[in-house]
Each structure stands twice: as structure tokens, then as C-alpha cells.
Design a protein around this ligand. Structure first.
Ligand code: SF4
Length: 368
């Protein structure tokens, strides 16, 4: 197939052309995979709101929370309760999130010391091991971790994640979204994604749309993710996530990103990576437009929780699985549950530890 792949040409594609190309790409999949859309049944553990960064669109970090809503360190007792509920509701994935380097704050350090932990990473590692011991599969996304730490935690995670968001340097200028967020420097994020590749960690990354970048920036970042995956073959999915406005945040764009641009970016992502990486859309952020996203080639609706909220967008409730199933069916697709690691990576050499493999084997026969 002669795909149009230069940045300018991709930017100029019409929606009709995108849909046509995406159809051709999907048709290259084996017949039994073409019409499958997946999701993972998960629950979220927000380990800490404390964050060294201060992204102006953020509604999660401690600066944005009322005193009684701040999570210094998510309590172990509460985690155990969530685990019990997760089993009752058949969730397999534990999404662990946090602000970046929370233990750079004294209050978090003190909390860790009280619990007998040297640093935040030790607490995180302990929680991952605890989850695994109860047959729940961790997917950690807590911001930047060094190569050594990634190496230590790899065996206790089914997959890990870090959004590239946008590598556009303009976003670090005064008044822009990443001006107070040193942790969002593209070099650091890219280094992290590369290190995950070197360590063979099944990985999730993606773009955050509508934070001051433009279509050309997005296309360049999609090519960047593709290059990283071409080198290490470890990226299992790209999330195309749109910024959604929230009360009291500093970021208030004059012209928020429109649904057409989100749909177009999603289709272009598919054209760029073809079937080498799955394309994911968070369904709670695009309610009413699921059909259009199916048309531009999405593969996955990501983690959906039956009992915990989307901590990043708490005003956007998760849809019911049955609702998504109906929409998929009407468009000729089957919605299927997956684990936080895609099948392709379960079969790949050195991508899972024996600890993770034991839990996967336990579940493999139980997913319908
Ligand atoms: S790094 Fe994440 S948690 Fe921290 S301020 Fe930015 S968006 Fe919020």
C-alpha cells in the first residue's frame, strides 16, 4: 500500500481520505482481529497528589486540591479495601498513579518514614508486590523514574506508562502549560520511554491534545513515538487524550480543541503507526462520538473502572461496558476485555517476569 506519510500531506488529509486509509490498514490484520475493540477492567490507586511539576491544566496535583482532598500518601488500609472490591467486581488491572517525585516534599517524606519506608519508590514497589500477591496486575504511571528504578520495578508490573503529551518546546515558555513543569521536558520523557524499551517493558504513551500544540506538532510527536517503537518494539498503545476543562484550573484556552481535530489526530495516528501499535481513546472524554472514533481506526477504549473515578478528569464518569458494547456492535465490532498487557506482549520473549506470568496464566482462561 502506498501510504501518504509526509507531515504536510498527513496534515492535509480529509476525514474521508483518513477513513479510507485506515480501512486499508485494518484490512491487513488477520480476519479475526479486524473487528475487535478492547478495554481493560481496572481500578485506580492515586498514591500521592504531591508533584514537583505544576502543569497549568492539571486538576490532580496537591496545589489544586482542598486541604481535605489532598492525598499525602494513599493509605494501605484503603488500598486493601480497593483490592477486595476489585476482586468482587472482576477487575484485573490496578492503575497506580501519582504526582512526580512526591517525596521531594517534607510532608510526604514524613508520612513514608512513619510507615517505615525510605522513599516513595520503596512504597510504590511494596504496593506493586502486594497487588501481585493478590493476583491484581499493576500498571504504574507515576512520572519519571531512573533506569535503575525501572529495572527494579519491571518484574512487578504487567505494563507501565508515561504520556509524552507533547514534545513542543514552546509549551515551556512563560504563560504556557509546562512553564513550571521541569519534569515534562521532552528529553526526560523520551529518555524514560527509551529506557523502558531497553528493559523490555510493555509500554503505554500518548499525546495530550489541546494544550497549546498544533496539528503539525502532533504529527511530529506521533512519528517520534513510532521511531521509539521501531527501535525497541515495546510500545503497546498510544493514547490520544484530549484536554478537558475543569473548575479553577489556570489553563483556559481561548479556542479549545474541537472534536474534529481529535478525531483527525486519531486517524492520523493510525496511519502513521499502522497496526504496529494499538490506538486508544479514553471513552469518558469523547461521549457521543464513539462511532466516529471507530471509523478512524481506534483499537482500544483503555482502562475502564466499575468503581473508581478518573482521577485526572473526575467530572467525566466512565461509561458502562454494556453501553460501549452496543455502540461497537452497531458498527460491526466486538468489544472484548483484555489484560493491562496486550496478548502480543504476553507472547514476546523477556517482556514479562515469572511473577507477572503466574497471574496472567491465572486469568487467561477467565476472560471471555
Ligand atoms: S506532572 Fe501530572 S500531576 Fe504533576 S502537575 Fe503535571 S499533570 Fe499534574
Amino acid at each position: 500500500m502506498n501510504l501518504i506519510k509526509t507531515i504536510d500531506q498527513l496534515e492535509k488529509l480529509t476525514l474521508r481520505e483518513i477513513i479510507q486509509k485506515v480501512r486499508e490498514i485494518k484490512n491487513e490484520l488477520p480476519q479475526n482481529e479486524r473487528k475487535i475493540i478492547t478495554f481493560s477492567k481496572n481500578f485506580t490507586i492515586p498514591l500521592s497528589n504531591y508533584c514537583i511539576n505544576n502543569c497549568s491544566y492539571c486538576y490532580f496535583n496537591h496545589r489544586m486540591k482542598a486541604q481535605n482532598e489532598i492525598i499525602v500518601l494513599f493509605d494501605l488500609k484503603k488500598i486493601k479495601k480497593l483490592m477486595t472490591k476489585a476482586h468482587q467486581l472482576d477487575c484485573k488491572e490496578a492503575l497506580i498513579i501519582s504526582g512526580e517525585h512526591p517525596d521531594q516534599f517534607q510532608i510526604v517524606k514524613k508520612g513514608l518514614k512513619l510507615r517505615g519506608f525510605e522513599g516513595f519508590f520503596d512504597y510504590l514497589l511494596y504496593i506493586c508486590k502486594l497487588l501481585l500477591s493478590k493476583k491484581l496486575l499493576p500498571h504504574t504511571n507515576v512520572g519519571y523514574l531512573s533506569y535503575d528504578k525501572l529495572e527494579q520495578i519491571k518484574d512487578y508490573n504487567a505494563s507501565m506508562g508515561l504520556m509524552l503529551e507533547s514534545s513542543q518546546p514552546r509549551l515551556f515558555k512563560k504563560g504556557e502549560v509546562h512553564n513550571e513543569s521541569p519534569g515534562k521536558k521532552p528529553d526526560k520523557r523520551i529518555e524514560f520511554i527509551k529506557n523502558a524499551g531497553k528493559l523490555k517493558i510493555p509500554f503505554t504513551t500518548g499525546l495530550l491534545l489541546g494544550i497549546g500544540e498544533n496539528m503539525i506538532d502532533r504529527i511530529k510527536d506521533l512519528f517520534l513515538i513510532k521511531e521509539l517503537n521501531d527501535e525497541y518494539e515495546h510500545i503497546q498503545e498510544i493514547i490520544i487524550q484530549n484536554f478537558v476543562s475543569k473548575p479553577n484550573i489556570r489553563y483556559n484556552p481561548k479556542t479549545p480543541i474541537g472534536i474534529k481535530d481529535i478525531i483527525k489526530t486519531t486517524g492520523i495516528a493510525k496511519i502513521i503507526v499502522e497496526n504496529s501499535i494499538k490506538i486508544q481513546i479514553p471513552p469518558n472524554l469523547i461521549p457521543g462520538y464513539e462511532k466516529q472514533f471507530l471509523k478512524v481506526g481506534i483499537d482500544d477504549f483503555g482502562g475502564i473502572s466499575p468503581f473508581t473515578r478518573d482521577e485526572i478528569n473526575p467530572y467525566k464518569p466512565w461509561p458502562k461496558i454494556e453501553h460501549l458494547k452496543k455502540i461497537c456492535k452497531a458498527e460491526g465490532f466486538d468489544l472484548k476485555e483484555r489484560l493491562p498487557i496486550y496478548d502480543k506482549f504476553i507472547r514476546k520473549k523477556n517482556f514479562i517476569s515469572s511473577q507477572i506470568n503466574n497471574v496472567i496464566e491465572f486469568y487467561c482462561n477467565n476472560i471471555s
